[in-house]
Design a protein around this ligand. Structure first.
Ligand SMILES: *Cc1c(COP(=O)(O)O)cnc(C)c1O
Length: 351
C-alpha cells in the first residue's frame, strides 16, 4: 500500500467533495458570455450579497480577478500602492506592468497595524514629475505575512485616508472568509472598506476553480469587458459555479483549518531548531524558519517530501504550511511526527 501524501503546500490543492461533484453533474447551464448561465448568475448574486456589493463577476482565477480590478480602476501610467509583501506584487508575474501598464509602488507596512500612517507617508503632492497615484491594493488575510488578518479598524482607517486623497481601494481578499472568521466580523464589514474585492472559492473553501470580483454595478459592467479581453469569458461555466456555490455555503468550515493551523504552529514552535516566522497564527497559514536546523528551506522541504509530507518553500530559510479541507487532525499529527524525525536527523547529521 502506498502511503498517503499529506499536502500542506497550499489550500488550493483541495479536491471537490462528493456534494460538489453532484452539484456539478446536475448544474443547469447556459452560455455565460451571453449572460445566460443561470448557475453562474446565481453564484454572482450570492457573492455580491455576501460581500455587500451591488454586483459580482465570476473569473477563472484570483490573479485574473486582481488584474481585472487594476485594469478597471486605472489608466495607463497610473501608480498603484501595494504592500511590499503583497501577492499582487510578488506572485502575479508582473502583470500590472504588462496588462494595465501601471507602476506598482511597494509600501512597507501598508498591510500592518500602522497601515494608514504608512499610506499617508507614501502620498505625494501633485507635481509634473510624479505619476498619478490612483489605487491602493490591500490584502486580507495576508499570505506572505503568515495569514495575518488585518483588523477592521485598520481597514477603515486606510480606506478613510485613501478616500480623503481621491484614491480607490481594491482588496485582494483571496481568503476574505478566513479573515472574517479570524476577526469575528462579516466579510461584508471588510468589503465595506474597499471599492472592489476579489475572493477565491478555489482555496480553503475547496471549489475546484474560480474567484469572484465584487463591486458597484458600474464597476462590474466595465470589469466584464476586461474579462472578455483577457480571454476569461467562459461558456457553460455553471458546471464550475455549481461547485463554487456549494463551497460558499459551507464557508464556516474554515474555522477547522484555523484550529488545525494553530495546533500545528504551537507544536512546531516547540521543536528545537524551528522558529515561527510570524507573531500570530490568525488563520490557516504557518510560516516556519528552519535555519536553526542548519538546513536550507529547499533541503528541509525535500526531506519532508521524501516522507510523504509536502510544504512550500517561502524563502531561503522559510517554509509555508497551509491547512485546508483535505487535511484532518490526524494528518496534522502525522505531519508533526515526520517533522520531528527530520529535525532529529538534522541535529545528529544523519541522512
Ligand atoms: C492565491 C492568491 C491569489 C491568486 O489566486 P489564483 O487563483 O492562484 O490566481 C491572489 N491573492 C492571494 C493573497 C492569494 O493567496
Amino acid at each position: 500500500m502506498t502511503e498517503r501524501i499529506i499536502d500542506l503546500r497550499s489550500d488550493t490543492v483541495t479536491r471537490p467533495t462528493p456534494e460538489m461533484r453532484r452539484a456539478m453533474a446536475e448544474a443547469v447551464v447556459g452560455d455565460d458570455v451571453y449572460g445566460e448561465d443561470p448557475t453562474v448568475n446565481a453564484l454572482e448574486q450570492e457573492a455580491a450579497q455576501l460581500l455587500g456589493k451591488e454586483a459580482a463577476l465570476y473569473v477563472p482565477s484570483g490573479t485574473m480577478g486582481n488584474q481585472i480590478a487594476i485594469l478597471t480602476h486605472t489608466a495607463r501610467g497610473d501608480e498603484v500602492l501595494v504592500d511590499d509583501q503583497a501577492h499582487i506584487y510578488y506572485y502575479e508575474v508582473g502583470a500590472p506592468a504588462v496588462l494595465a501598464a501601471v507602476q506598482l509602488r511597494p509600501v512597507t507596512g501598508l498591510c500592518s497595524e500602522e497601515g494608514s500612517e504608512r499610506l499617508r507617508e507614501a502620498l505625494r503632492p501633485a507635481n509634473l514629475h510624479f505619476p498619478t497615484t490612483r489605487l491602493v491594493c490591500l490584502e486580507n488575510t495576508h499570505n506572505r505575512r503568515g495569514g495575518m488578518a488585518l483588523s477592521l479598524p485598520v481597514m477603515r482607517e486606510i480606506y478613510q485616508v485613501a478616500r480623503e486623497n481621491g484614491l480607490a481601494v481594491h482588496l485582494d481578499g483571496a481568503r476574505i472568509f478566513n479573515a472574517a472568521l479570524a476577526l469575528g466580523c462579516q466579510a461584508a464589514d471588510l468589503a465595506a472598506c474597499c471599492d472592489s474585492v476579489m475572493f477565491c472559492v478555489s482555496k480553503g473553501l475547496g471549489a475546484p476553480v474560480g474567484s469572484l470580483l465584487c463591486g458597484s454595478r458600474e464597476f462590474i459592467t466595465r470589469a466584464r469587458k476586461y474579462r472578455k479581453l483577457l480571454g476569461g469569458g467562459m461558456r457553460q461555466a455553471g458546471v464550475l459555479a455549481a461547485a463554487a456555490r456549494v463551497a460558499l455555503a459551507d464557508r464556516q468550515r474554515l474555522i477547522e483549518d484555523h484550529a488545525h493551523a494553530r495546533y500545528l504552529a504551537e507544536q512546531l514552535a516547540d521543536m528545537p531548531g524551528l522558529a515561527l516566522a510570524q507573531t500570530r497564527v490568525d488563520s490557516n497559514i504557518v510560516v516556519v524558519d528552519v535555519s536553526g536546523l542548519g538546513l536550507t528551506a529547499d533541503d528541509f522541504a525535500a526531506r519532508l517530501a521524501g516522507r510523504g509530507v509536502l510544504v512550500s518553500v517561502f524563502g531561503p530559510a522559510l517554509v509555508r504550511l497551509v491547512t485546508h479541507r483535505d487535511v484532518s487532525r490526524q494528518d496534522i499529527e502525522k505531519s508533526l511526527e515526520v517533522v520531528q524525525e527530520v529535525c532529529a536527523a538534522a541535529k545528529t547529521g544523519i541522512l
